[in-house]
Ligand binder design. Structure first.
Ligand SMILES: Nc1ncnc2c1ncn2[C@@H]1O[C@H](COP(=O)(O)OP(=O)(O)OP(=O)(O)O)[C@@H](O)[C@H]1O
Length: 655
């Protein structure tokens, strides 16, 4: 594993990887711009169409500001302050001048150019495209820089092994016997008593998020201020939901449109609505709107109109009621009135802003537990807050610099994850080292007193768990008795029903929890403009199996269909569009579970080429989503060229 001499070396190493990834992200956006229509890209939240641009003066550092407005309001989008964007009339080609997002409202987005903006941006019907989520890269670099002020975290990051020898003591007893198993309880106790860092290794279904939420509850009881983060909004909501059920008061930071609507009451935005300072600020915003309306009756003291005169001079000349250098006295009066209203607006604006900031500050100060994504942990809102503890869930899906964004805000660190499941997504081949998470690096270095593994799983029948247990978890996992033998037949409502195809009927009704269906005749196919694969025969087979499951009275929401290839996923979705079953890529199913899972592996060739199925972490995630039945479709001749798949198929055949 990578070790670092000093923080300068660390900074150099990661800054270079971050820059490479940033470049790859820009290429990704350009590629997507070429592939998708403008509307499709807007639907993905990465473009905004039909904007009108106008000059908004200059900003700090002499940048040129342009305000882009859409009267009907901006659509939901993932574009944030600090992101790099490009403006075009139709389809951008990539050589457009780049600008940075400065602020956003419901109807407008203001961007800054370093040079005089291209003339085009002051027109109508403009298209804005996200070019890079620069803010996250910037926050990563800032986090690395702030390590200089955090000697202890720095020591861990440099893997200073002397630290690891420090003994931890388990002084604080806890009592969660009724709700956690012995190992989960012990892990809560160890993490609670750790002086610095603790890793919770949670294989599939072992209650990693559950254990983490009881740990957070314990921190809360000890009056600690805790920052809880995860790489995605879904993962943040997942833990927040558990915290809510444990009655741990928490505040969620982030854009409400990307949150689970059942948790919206915990969002900062919703909490703000009830705050008296915020309500007062809203009153002032309304007043500002009225003042702006009133201002429209007068002459704006801008550009050409004022001919270089200061505000004070215009007011003075207006009261003298005489024309000045060709400006009529009436016009001077109207400009003076406009200036006075503007001064009033500015004063109110400052007051409203101060009240709003005070309201935010008071809510965040009172919130013991704050939940947000890793990236948003670096937002301005949390700039001055230091947390007693930072907890990251799904930490094995965060790159190291991304995990640092929340970690540098705390003085004690808890990371929960499973490095045997999917690693962080990295776009640049040259930055592939970023796919080793900090959790994975620590796991290789930390001694037993800083890490523990959860071993009882509450999801899978023991046969479904077996292969992953042997190959990825050294047989440490045990299926809890409540799930170890559960099958489809025990599921309320399940009623085996004859199906027209006896072979399919046998698959659905067999008592075996894991079934492999060979599909020798399936052909793998690829479209000319895509790297992804599909397999029509496997789609037909998946459809038949789903039909048979549904005719045996299984609910659609109990069935999940997984395929590693996007093309196969989208074709399955259109074939089964009225079935209401969930169909996703493996990555989309991490952290999820279903009573029955059908996996379509797609690859079928004479060369034994299995593409990215070679990544066993992907296989591990796919195999560990089903509770009662796992049905795998694939071409055994192709798959058996790989020793892991070979042993998997042989094991099943021998059962
Ligand atoms: N001690 C326990 N007793 C009973 N059920 C439990 C216990 N711990 C966890 N569970 C249940 O096991 C399931 C999985 O828990 P959880 O979501 O916390 O696991 P996870 O390890 O985070 O899962 P994943 O592998 O999806 O990341 C949940 O339904 C949870 O309620």
């Amino acid at each position: 594993m990578k070790r670092f001499q000093d923080i300068a070396q660390y900074k150099k190493y990661f800054s270079s990887l971050i820059q490479k990834e940033r470049k790859a992200e820009m290429e990704f956006h350009l590629n997507e711009i070429q592939l998708l229509s403008a509307r499709q890209r807007e639907a993905k939240g990465r473009a905004i169409l039909t904007l009108t641009g106008r000059d908004a003066g200059t900003g700090i550092g002499g940048v040129y500001l342009v305000k882009l407005v859409r009267g009907s309001g901006l659509p939901d989008n993932e574009i944030s302050n600090g992101d790099v964007v490009i403006i075009s009339k139709e389809k951008p080609i990539g050589n457009e001048e780049q600008a940075t997002v400065v602020s956003k409202t419901k109807r407008s987005i203001t961007i800054a150019y370093n040079k005089v903006p291209p003339y085009l941006v002051f027109g109508r019907n403009l298209r804005l495209d996200l070019y890079s989520n620069d803010i996250t890269f910037q926050r990563m670099l800032d986090a690395i820089s702030s390590l200089e002020k955090l000697p202890k975290l720095q020591d861990f990051i440099k893997s200073n092994i002397d630290l690891f020898l420090e003994e931890q003591n388990l002084k604080t007893p806890i009592n969660y016997t009724k709700v956690l198993n012995t190992k989960q309880e012990l892990i809560v106790q160890k993490a609670l008593n750790s002086n610095d860092i603790f890793l919770i290794h949670g294989p599939p279904g072992t209650g990693k998020t559950t254990t983490l939420s009881y740990l957070i509850k314990s921190f809360f009881k000890e009056d600690k201020k805790v920052l809880v983060t995860a790489p995605s909004n879904t993962a943040v909501d997942n833990i927040l939901e558990k915290l809510q059920s444990l009655e741990v008061p928490s505040t969620r930071i982030g854009n409400p449109v990307r949150m689970d609507e059942n948790l919206l009451n915990l969002s900062l935005d919703v909490q703000l609505q009830d705050h008296p300072d915020y309500q007062q600020a809203n009153g002032i915003w309304n007043k500002i709107q009225l003042l702006k309306k009133e201002q429209e009756d007068y002459v704006p003291a801008t550009g050409q109109n004022r001919r270089g005169l200061s505000d004070q001079k215009i007011i003075q000349l207006a009261s003298s009621k005489k024309p000045y250098r060709g400006i009529q006295s009436g016009k001077l009066r109207k400009m003076a009135k406009w200036i006075k209203i503007q001064q009033d607006i500015n004063k109110n604006f400052e007051e409203a802003q101060a009240l709003q900031e005070a309201a935010i500050e008071s809510i965040l100060e009172k919130s013991a537990i704050i939940c947000t994504t890793n990236s948003s942990a670096g937002s301005e809102l949390l700039k001055d807050i230091i947390f007693d503890v930072v907890c990251i869930d799904e930490a094995t899906q965060s790159t190291e610099p991304e995990a640092l964004i929340p970690l540098v805000k705390g003085r004690k660190w808890i990371l929960a994850g499973d490095h045997q499941q999917l690693p962080p997504t990295v776009k640049a081949k040259e930055a592939s080292d970023l796919s080793i998470s900090l959790f994975e690096r620590f796991q290789a270095e930390l001694p037993e007193n800083r890490i523990d593994i959860l071993t009882i799983q509450y999801r899978m029948h023991q046969d479904i768990m077996r292969f992953s247990n042997e190959n990825f978890y050294q047989n440490q996992l045990k299926a809890h008795p409540s799930v170890a033998h559960h099958t489809l037949k025990d599921l309320p409502g399940f009623e085996p029903f004859p199906y027209i195809n006896p072979a399919i009927e046998a698959v659905v009704q067999s008592s075996k929890p894991v079934v492999f269906i060979p599909c020798f005749e399936g052909k793998e196919e690829q479209l000319a403009d895509s790297h992804s694969w599909f397999n029509r025969e496997e789609i037909a087979l998946t459809k038949e199996i789903t039909d048979a499951l549904l005719s045996s009275r299984l609910f659609p929401e109990d069935i999940g269909i997984i395929s590693p290839y996007d093309q196969q996923v989208s074709r399955l979705k259109s074939t089964l569009k009225d079935y209401h079953v969930e169909i996703k890529s493996i990555d989309g199913f991490q952290g999820r579970e279903k009573e029955v899972i059908i996996i379509s592996l797609v690859r079928s060739n004479l060369e034994g080429n299995i593409g990215f199925l070679r990544d066993y972490r992907r296989l591990n995630v796919a195999l560990t989503r089903a509770k009662r039945k796992l049905i795998i479709i694939g071409n055994p001749s192709t798959l058996q060229s790989n020793p892991v798949y070979k042993s998997f198929i042989e094991n099943l055949q021998n059962q």
